[in-house]
Unconditional design. Structure first.
Length: 613
């Protein structure tokens, strides 16, 4: 019997409790014990729970309390499908922030996820990118095929949320995330929060998505507190590196050399940057992100056609930073790429012909290819708005990623890059790559570049130094394989290595030739096959060299070799994949479908990895 004199309850509350408690079954008392214990831990005053627990005086209270609290734990499956590493980085960071005693977090790449466990999941949070022309990342292919197939289970008990990463300059922007979102809903799953589609500047949108998820999860779990979440976030920020994607390090240029010989049609720069005092570490397969500047001449043309003053003050989107319009156009917003979202938002400020174009998908696609903001303003101007409104239309100037061409173990205070200079003519105007031209024409030794390390765990050397390695890297795609071989030389790896390299001319375009030859002599590089397409009457590419050595190449795969492909995704990587499939089919006596399954298995085993763009 509860005595009102020695309890914190009013007489009315005590009377109510005395009437109800004797009517509870033992199971109901146990359930109430666990519930009030958990409830009390989340309140500023836990007296209610502690008094009732003491009054019930169940001998098994402690064990029961733990059992009931365990039942209240939210089991959250955090999945990511990543090609270059962005989705993985976000998932890892958010999973840490979710962690507290009332949640059980499982963080898994889609390449490692057991698809048949999906039907048992309670919460699934998925971050996934779209690769190429609307394709899933290589690491997500198996899951993607499964969930879109007839074998996918009903997901009526699942709550989920999807964050889609993409590039709005591509026609099928965030297509993979959109497809999976629709499919989950078709299978009966319920959205925790609405999907958010992120462009290259994804940080703010990703944080908004995750913040919404935290809010919903807290509403669904009375044992989860905002205080706990804040403590986790604070501790993570304290452990974060000094320099990062959002706070780049200004690296000093040590070398800037054109590797192409006289008479070449190309200009390919070897850059050596000092990263001393940056705190950076990296592994073979990682990249460096460079934040470039737009060409000053193009910025002046934009100011001239709009009539805006260079020193007009504007505030950057998603930032509380006021700078001059000239500075914004030079260093902060993208002006060389047209996207459909940009044209849609710009239409109210330009002439009506643009609205007509937006209703014609084929013509719109054709117009955007090879044109930039200056073209848009020439063709559909005048721009009837302010400098501030112009800046708000434009997306953030994205970093350019370049594969690291050196080993950290061999050069801990430096990072080396291989950058192909982009120049071409389109619609009677000379065009250029934003970052590559800056490096080729305006970057001197002693200058600095704002950079960060971009980790890519999907492009890694085998952990076994005795495993054979096959590398396919034409043009600047050979950059990471210089890093691979430097690393294997440094650790004295004994596994065989085979490099396929190609470009236009042997005499002028054989990047790092002396280094490959030195590694051949030393045994670090076992085999080197090259293809120079313009040195023969019939064009020969790396895939042709692979086909010529198909029997030996297949033998290497059968012996456990890892194969890596780096370079152009649309043509080279596609052709190399088709060639690999043909080799496997012919040498393994398989049909085309079985050969494709063989390559998919290699991907799942992380023995077939691609860094393509």
């Amino acid at each position: 019997m509860l005595n009102v004199k020695n309890s914190p309850f009013t007489e009315q509350q005590a009377e109510l409790l005395n009437r109800l408690l004797p009517e509870f079954t033992e199971k109901q008392q146990i359930w109430l014990t666990g519930y009030l214990s958990a409830f009390g831990s989340s309140c500023s005053d836990g007296l209610l729970a502690s008094q009732v627990v003491a009054t019930l005086e169940q001998p098994q209270t402690t064990a029961i309390k733990q059992s009931e609290q365990a039942q209240a734990v939210q089991e959250i499956t955090f999945l990511y499908g990543s090609q270059t590493g962005n989705c993985q980085h976000l998932a890892e960071r958010f999973a840490k922030q979710l962690s507290n005693p009332n949640r059980k977090i499982s963080l898994t790449s889609l390449s490692d996820y057991k698809n048949n466990t999906l039907k048992k999941a309670e919460y699934v949070l998925l971050i996934i990118s779209t690769h190429g022309e609307g394709d899933p990342p290589d690491t997500a292919k198996s899951f993607y095929d499964f969930i879109l197939s007839e074998r996918a289970p009903k997901l009526n008990d699942l709550q989920y949320a999807i964050l889609a990463l993409g590039d709005s300059s591509y026609e099928f922007f965030c297509h993979t995330g959109k497809q999976l979102d629709e499919r989950f809903a078709e299978l009966g799953a319920r959205r925790l929060v609405e999907r958010i589609d992120c462009d290259l500047d994804f940080d703010v949108d990703a944080e908004q998505w995750f913040s919404s998820i935290i809010t919903v999860l807290e509403q669904q779990s009375p044992t989860t507190t905002a205080v706990e979440t804040e403590q986790v976030i604070t501790s993570l920020e304290a452990d974060a590196p000094t320099y990062s994607r959002t706070q780049p390090f200004h690296a000093t240029v040590l070398e800037n050399i054109n590797l192409n010989g006289r008479g070449s049609n190309k200009e390919t720069r070897h850059l050596e940057l000092s990263i001393e005092d940056s705190g950076f570490t990296f592994e073979p397969g990682d990249s460096i992100g460079i934040y470039p500047h737009n060409n000053a001449a193009l910025v002046q043309q934009l100011l001239a056609i709009t009539g805006f003053a260079a020193d007009e003050q504007v505030t950057l989107p998603k930032q509380n930073q006021s700078i001059s319009l000239e500075a914004a156009l030079t260093s902060h917003v993208e002006i060389t790429v047209l996207t459909k979202p940009l044209l849609v938002q710009a239409a109210p400020y330009l002439n009506s012909n643009l609205s007509t174009l937006l209703q014609q998908p084929d013509q719109l696609r054709s117009y955007m290819k090879g044109r930039d903001l200056l073209d848009l303003l020439y063709d559909y101007g005048p721009f009837e708005a302010t400098g501030q409104q112009l800046v708000e239309l434009l997306r953030k100037l994205p970093a350019r990623l370049y594969s690291i061409a050196s080993s950290y173990k061999a050069n801990p205070d430096e990072v080396h890059l291989l950058i192909g200079t982009v120049r071409y003519e389109s619609y009677e105007r000379a065009r250029e790559g934003v970052c590559s031209i800056q490096c080729a024409e305006r970057l001197q030794i002693g200058d600095t570049l704002p950079i960060y390390v971009h980790k890519n765990s999907n492009f890694r050397l085998p952990t076994d130094p005795e495993a054979p390695v096959i590398m396919v890297g034409p043009g600047t795609g050979v950059a990471p394989f210089r890093s691979f071989l430097e690393e294997r030389e440094e650790i004295a790896a004994t596994g065989e290595t085979w490099l396929f390299f190609g470009d236009q001319h042997y005499v002028t375009d054989f990047y790092y030739q002396t280094e490959w030859q030195r590694w051949i002599k030393q045994g670090v590089l076992t085999k080197l096959d090259v293809a120079f397409s313009r040195d023969t009457s019939e064009k020969v590419y790396v895939q042709h060299r692979m086909l010529a050595h198909r029997t030996e190449l297949y033998e290497w795969l059968q012996r456990g070799a890892y194969i890596y492909v780096c370079g152009d995704e649309k043509q080279m990587a596609h052709d190399v994949h088709q060639t690999l499939r043909a080799i496997v089919a012919q040498e393994g006596s398989m049909d085309e479908q079985t050969a494709e399954q063989y390559l998919t298995q290699l991907m799942q085993q992380k023995r077939y990895q691609r860094d393509v763009y």
